[in-house]
Design a protein around this ligand. Structure first.
Ligand code: MG
Length: 367
């Protein structure tokens, strides 16, 4: 395969309402899109890096530079004959998994469209639909959080994940748990804001939660191992898992009962599939998390979530949870709280050029 012209497009898409996490408030989704012209046709990719280096070290401007000056030129220099060869070439740039994942998506999209094969079938996924959950962010008032959680449950989501941080945890989670009863599984996501000694983690353990996600700092491996042994509630790692090596480390240390597999965070869908397989072999639960994704990465995440090893509902909400108008056709929740896995060739959705143009704030052509 050969990579010819690449359009690198920075888009800024308004959210229906601000989204609040431990990292701050977000009113717009910003993302880099890649439109890649290859010898096999055109493919699209989406880089999940956020505006600030908060969730991971990558951010929009760093991804723009590393794609423009390092990753794309290395691929445009000459052809390659396998994805292993592509990995070797991408590995000459250290780190930057989200930028690499975006390139991989665009190339796979072009390649699989040419072969009339869907991404899900390329990965070996067989499920046509996947059950999904939704994230409830931190509202100013406890009552708003509870109302939002009830509204989401009413929409059909199978489980609700509540974002927590020190000082905004027990009361909120207890109230949501009470309001929803046993009909909906409740998870919490701490985004690494606690330390091993925190009393709140033990109190949360009493609430019958489905899991507690990323309680401690991403590099706190041995503390996560100690916590996982102590708590009854399953400990899930998210930010800690940046590669297959991290998944193996988590297994070795007993640091995770569950892993949140984000294809973008681990360098792409092929690495994500490896991690899902590693988890299945180790008896570790796995599910696919989202990052306020646009339609391209929503489609990619659904393909990975359809793998047999992903045995818990993912954070892959319907489009209308976040956007009035996405850059692809919308994803709609069905009556069973599931989303359909795209089955058309490539990533399985079409990019709406008019919507991309509407949201573009910067663009560059790399030849
Ligand atoms: Mg998380």
């Amino acid at each position: 395969m050969r990579l010819h012209t690449v359009e690198l497009i920075h888009v800024r898409v308004p959210l229906r309402r601000p989204f609040r996490t431990a990292y701050g408030d977000t009113t717009h989704k910003e993302a880099l899109l890649i439109r890649a012209e290859t010898d096999g046709g055109v493919g699209w990719g989406e880089c999940a890096a956020e505006v600030a280096p908060s969730y991971t070290a990558e951010f929009v401007d760093s991804a723009w530079l590393v794609l423009r000056d390092h990753l794309v030129p290395r691929l445009q220099a000459s052809a390659w004959s396998s994805y292993e060869e592509l990995d070797d070439r991408l590995a000459t740039v250290r780190g930057h998994p989200m930028a690499k994942a975006a390139v991989e998506t665009a190339l796979l999209d072009a390649h699989l469209r040419e072969r009339a094969k869907s991404l899900a079938s390329y990965l070996g996924a067989t499920r046509p639909t996947v059950p999904v959950g939704v994230v409830v962010d931190l509202d100013d008032h406890l009552s708003e959080t509870v109302e939002t959680a009830q509204a989401r449950a009413g929409e059909g989501y199978r489980r609700i994940k509540v974002k927590i941080m020190p000082g905004r945890d027990l009361d909120i989670v207890r109230a949501v748990r009470m309001a929803l009863g046993d009909s909906v599984d409740v998870w919490v996501d701490a985004n690494g804001r606690y330390v091993l000694a925190d009393r709140a983690l033990r109190d949360l353990d009493e609430l019958g939660l489905g899991l507690i996600e990323q309680p401690l700092d991403p590099d706190a491996w041995t503390d996560h191992g100690a916590l996982a042994r102590e708590l009854t509630t399953a400990v899930c790692l998210d930010e800690s898992i940046r590669s297959i090596a991290d998944a193996r480390l988590a297994r070795h240390l007993g640091a995770a009962d569950v892993v949140n597999v984000k294809p973008s965070r681990v360098g792409g869908v092929r690495a994500a599939r490896q991690i899902v397989d590693e988890c299945a072999a180790a008896g570790i639960g796995a599910w696919v998390g989202g990052l306020l994704d646009l339609g391209i990465n929503r489609a990619v995440n659904l393909a990975v979530a359809a793998l047999d090893g992903c045995n818990l509902p993912g954070d892959i909400s319907a489009t209308d949870r976040y956007f009035d108008r996405d850059i692809t056709e919308p994803f709609v929740l069905d009556r069973n709280g599931s989303l359909s896995v795209p089955s058309a060739p490539g990533i399985g959705v079409e990019v709406d050029a008019a919507a991309v143009a509407l949201y573009t704030v910067a663009q560059i052509t790399l030849r």
